[in-house]
Design a protein around this ligand. Sequence first.
Ligand code: NAD
Length: 298
Amino acid sequence: MSSTVAFVGLGHMGGPMAANLVKAGYRVLGFDLVPELLTAAAATGVEPAGSAASAAADADVVITMLPAGRHVLALYREDGLLAAARPGTLFVDCSTIDVADARAAHEAAVAAGHRSLDAPVSGGVVGAQAASLTFMAGGGAAEFAAAQPLLAAMGKKAVHCGAAGAGQAAKICNNMILAVSMIGVSEAFVLAESLGLDHQALYDVASTASGQCWALTVNCPVPGPVPASPANRDYRPGFAAPLMAKDLTLAANALRAGGVDAPLGLKAAAMYTAFAEGEGAGLDFSAIVRTLRPQNGT
Ligand code: NAD
């Protein structure tokens, strides 16, 4: 196994992911712009570095877990991450970013003499803590194989989706399905309410019929039928609406760039963006059901 990992971005996801690498026996050099996060990471065995570049200089693998593509590209290019690393270092970006940005990051890494993989995740903070994330990887087969032991230390599944950017592509396609299906399930419950049909009755039919999907059977948007779903705890996330809005914005950008006509995906992006900027800011994405009722009632 590669012995030293530089981990840049120790936030909600990166913090526990880096801690799991330490638990698996890796030496982890960590960096974040927020000093408190560096201190918290040190308590889990991560060695704090003075800068991202200094961490990368001593590492065999550099993992980034950052908010958006501009952060990844700025670190790679202007902040000297690529320049500081030894030739042949494996760069693994686990952030959720634009497919175009992921490809640009890959090209910059390769041009600097390095190896590169995009490997966004699903599973959220709970999955990051429990090392049960799913990774969707884009890049060469050799790079994917080299990253496997690290991904296995942070998650339970890793799928090689194709060339550079394919991991990000898989992530936004999956979340577009999820958003559209959540809105569809929510609309069906609202229609059931207006027809006097019980939530549980609709659930009992649809969960074993052709309406079955994750948005219904795991993250059911109304309280009752699925006790563990966020609807039963006042829509405390779960998967927060602003994160869904972010992923759908990436999907909408890719749809427009590719000239793909996806009316439901674009509508879902617009609905979740408005919801996340308003009442959905601190809620699970399934709370979108509240906006669909007549006069926005309960
Ligand atoms: P976060 O904001 O908690 O963490 C990002 C960290 O990056 C912050 O601590 C920030 O200080 C740091 N950072 C930014 N620029 C930096 C720089 N130049 N150098 C060093 N550190 C820098 O976000 P998060 O929830 O951990 O999410 C990270 C990524 O994972 C995002 O792309 C997000 O879309 C994706 N994601 C999040 C979840 C989730 O449930 N939170 C789930 C799946 C995917």
